[in-house]
Design a binder for this molecule. Structure first.
Ligand code: HEC
Length: 130
């Protein structure tokens, strides 16, 4: 029994995308490495692993579609306080959850930085300090 449970845990952890090693372009950036783990665990189900809005649970959600985080224009703005605000407070009338209270402030900051990275934008310096 213990062997089966252990084997199951090993398979589960190997198949989890966040357990895969981070890609070379972010491997030396601890903020993005941390943000990627949060994104793959909490956000990719809707937003897709690359942020294209094609996650497995994105289809058939009530309200506005998930949208593509790699777009040039973000609906809720691309200033750091706007991005952090959307992630912390969610979007009323949409299926975007409010993550404040569910994940730590440090996770909100790192996942915000990772969203900038996914979209090809420069990570704002205010997300790096503090
Ligand atoms: C249950 C599905 C779901 C999950 C999980 C989810 N989101 Fe969203 N997200 C949405 C939807 C739907 C929208 C579009 C809201 C709108 O159109 O106003 C959205 C919008 C956003 C936006 C705003 C994009 C823009 O164009 O302004 C950001 C940033 C974002 N999500 C980040 C995240 C992050 C980071 C996580 C994980 C911590 C996450 N989301 C998890 C459904 C989800």
């Amino acid at each position: 029994m213990a062997v089966i449970v252990t084997a199951g845990l090993v398979v589960f952890n190997v198949l989890r995308p966040s357990a895969a090693p981070p890609p070379a372009e972010i491997v030396n950036d601890s903020l993005l490495v941390a943000g990627r783990v949060v994104f793959l665990d909490r956000c990719a189900s809707c937003h897709g692993a690359s942020g294209l809005g094609d996650g497995p649970t994105s289809k058939g959600l009530p309200g506005p579609p998930v949208g593509n985080l790699t777009d040039d224009k973000w609906k809720h703005g691309d200033k750091p306080e706007q991005v952090v605000g959307v992630i912390r407070n969610g979007v009323k009338g949409a299926q975007m959850p409010a993550w404040g209270g569910l994940i730590s402030d440090a996770s909100i900051r790192s996942v915000s930085a990772y969203v900038y990275h996914l979209s090809g934008r420069t990570v704002p310096s205010e997300l790096r300090t503090k």
